[in-house]
Design a protein around this ligand. Structure first.
Ligand code: PLP
Length: 460
């Protein structure tokens, strides 16, 4: 019998007088050619001409519909396009603070502005040291350098991909002004240890939570542990308005001072506000967000928790599959982590379990199977862009040649070197907005590549 497609089947069924109600059982028997795809050891990797493990597309980003369209039109038709004119930004701030379980929120132009504003408000400047992880987006570094402070890059805890708290404490000197941990990939850094170190040394903490809106440590959202938290709504981030950012805080004086800093030194009045409380009171910029961004964020927030749950469910399942694959190790979570809002799926690749096949070849093989992984951040401390600071005219003037030479040495991060040069890999958050079937296919692809690693390594 020739294979019969569904349309033809329905025609045949209708002609034979069979009701559509019977279709399911008939369809099972009728379509003879249908055999579910079973992967076998003999399946060839797609890179060597085999079938792609994931033939379709992963979910696209951003996700929007009429809700976002209406939000933009509402902002447009209000004729009040900036926060100094309209009310939408203030509404967003209230809603976002509530979502994060915090008292105050200040929306700003982007995540970089959120960090820069907080450092400015704390009065960080020339001669000050700021402690941060080496394993982060370059923005964390840039905001220090913009203030002519000295960024001290701390080594990575290779298992969690987060800043190593012990090395963080060792990096503290008399010049240290702020601790700036990052919750990398959406996974909380070790906040118990970091907050204890901050208390012991009497240092403020600014949390770079740009990748972690909604992640929790001991039941409380990250970004609420330090004096302030920074969030990014840049287009790749989990909450997206193209560009955008926010500062959260439970300290009213601090958020008022941040408001002034981001608004040319103006505003921030309130009965409780003490303008002298923060050193940065005499410097300012324009870091304001627009009403369009604020209203898009309000629309995106209606999807945020649903998307977050879906990612978490898929990632929990993928972790269980990867647990069975030697040589693939997802980033571990510290004990205090009670929720992860996944921005990146960070994992380690051990080539010993793949017949010595390089990480780059593994990425190529995955890409051929229909899924993109990438190496992610590298060794920021060794990049020319960063090491060049030791020769910067202003830095030489402020810190002197000896200090800048020593700075290069202080930023030595052997664990991070090992992690980023050989092992680290990322999947992006949008890969986890689909079905559990997607997760099965990712794991199948990895198993297939592992079984054929010898051949993949030697053929190109
Ligand atoms: C995205 C990001 C930033 C900067 O945010 P922008 O909105 O792009 O300015 C800062 N830190 C980290 C860790 C980020 O991921």
């Amino acid at each position: 019998m020739k294979p019969i497609n569904r349309r033809k089947f329905l025609q045949v069924a209708a002609a034979a007088g069979t009701g559509v109600a019977l279709a399911p059982s008939l369809a099972m028997g009728g379509v003879k050619n249908f055999t579910p795809k079973v992967w076998t050891d003999h399946d060839k990797p797609a890179l060597l001409g085999g079938t792609k493990a994931h033939p379709g597309e992963f979910p696209s980003w951003p996700v929007y519909d009429g809700t976002e369209e209406q939000a933009l039109i509402d902002a447009l038709k209000s004729s009040k396009w900036g926060r100094l004119d309209g009310k939408l930004t203030a509404q967003f701030e209230e809603e976002y603070a509530a979502l994060m379980g915090m008292k105050h929120c200040l929306a700003v132009a982007n995540g970089t502005t959120a960090l820069f504003t907080m450092l400015g408000t704390l009065g960080v400047g020339p001669g000050d040291e700021v402690i941060m992880p080496v394993y982060t987006f370059v923005a964390t570094y840039n905001v220090c350098v913009l203030n002519y402070a000295l960024p001290i890059l701390v080594d990575t805890d290779i298992e969690t991909f987060q800043i190593d708290p012990q090395k963080m404490e060792q990096a503290i000197t008399a010049a240290t002004k702020v601790l700036m941990p990052v919750h990398m990939g959406g996974i909380p850094a070790n906040l118990d240890r970091i907050m204890a170190i901050a208390q012991k040394h009497n240092l403020p903490v600014i949390e770079d939570a740009c990748q972690a809106p909604g992640s929790e440590w001991r039941g409380k959202k990250v970004g609420s542990y330090g004096i302030g938290g920074a969030f990014s709504f840049q287009s790749t981030k989990n909450l997206n308005s193209g560009e955008g950012g926010a500062i959260t805080s439970n300290d009213e004086s601090f958020i008022r001072a941040c408001y002034r800093f981001h608004n040319q030194g103006q505003g921030g009045q309130s009965e409780n506000y003490n303008p002298g409380a923060f050193e940065g009171g005499t410097r300012a910029t324009n870091g304001r967000i627009t009403e369009f961004q604020a209203n898009i964020l309000r629309a995106q927030m209606t999807r945020f928790q649903i998307q977050d749950k879906r990612r978490s469910r898929n990632i929990a399942y993928l972790n269980s599959l990867f647990n069975e694959i030697p040589g693939i190790t997802p980033a571990k979570l510290y004990d205090g982590v009670t929720n992860v809002s996944h921005h990146l799926y960070m994992f380690r690749y051990d080539k010993q379990h793949f017949d010595g096949m390089s990480r780059d070849r593994f990425i190529q093989a995955l890409s051929a199977e229909g899924m993109d992984a990438w190496v992610g951040y590298g060794h920021l401390n060794k990049e020319k862009y960063v090491t060049g600071l030791a020769k910067n005219r202003h830095y030489l003037k402020i810190y002197g040649e000896k200090t800048m030479k020593e700075w290069i040495e202080r930023n030595h991060c052997p664990q991070n070197d090992k992690l980023t040069s050989e092992e680290s890999l990322w999947f992006g958050q949008t890969m986890f907005l689909g079905s559990t079937r997607d997760m099965d296919l990712i794991a199948e692809a990895v198993r297939k590549i592992q079984k054929n690693a010898h051949q993949l390594k030697n053929q190109s």
